[in-house]
Design a protein around this ligand. Sequence first.
Ligand code: SF4
Length: 105
Amino acid sequence: MNTLDRRHFLGSTLLLTGLVSARAQAQATLPPLDEASPQAMAMGYRRDTAKADAKKYPKHTADQHCGNCQLYQGKAGDASGPCPIFAGKSVQSGGWCNAWVKKAA
Ligand code: SF4
């Protein structure tokens, strides 16, 4: 690898590392979704899956929660994470909404 290739490689690596770090930080700082917001209420979102409205959402079961939903974008073990249904907000790993879909194994 000549000097020019090495500089290009190092510059690209630093740029990529910075972008990944900025994205991770942006996700970590998302404000929590408010259960009382119109978007959350429309989807039946609850911060605690045990508090989901059983009469309104009879398909809900106690083992369903954001952490095992296909749409959840938080990492395993995180208390909360992003969800594309509620862009710009974080949802609780133990939460639930009517869009829950079982995560593929
Ligand atoms: S779509 Fe899935 S991850 Fe998003 S709030 Fe509903 S249950 Fe949670």
